[in-house]
Design a binder for this molecule. Sequence first.
Ligand code: ZN
Length: 75
Amino acid sequence: MLIKLLLVIGVIAAVYFFFIKKSTPLTKERHDKKRKENDDETMVECATCNTYITTSEAIISSSKFYCSTECRDKA
Ligand SMILES: [Zn+2]
């Protein structure tokens, strides 16, 4: 009877730790993805031609965003 009880506790503990281990990397990945989106994929408008580009692609000059150096030079 006691052995059966310990076995049940052991199985519950195993399942519990299995889910903890499995959910931790997923949560981390989701956080990384969210942070990456915020860093690289925010859409901004080119001040010259009104094209939308991501902040990682944009050229920033005088606190304005431009899609290319040509648009920056035109401004
Ligand atoms: Zn432009």
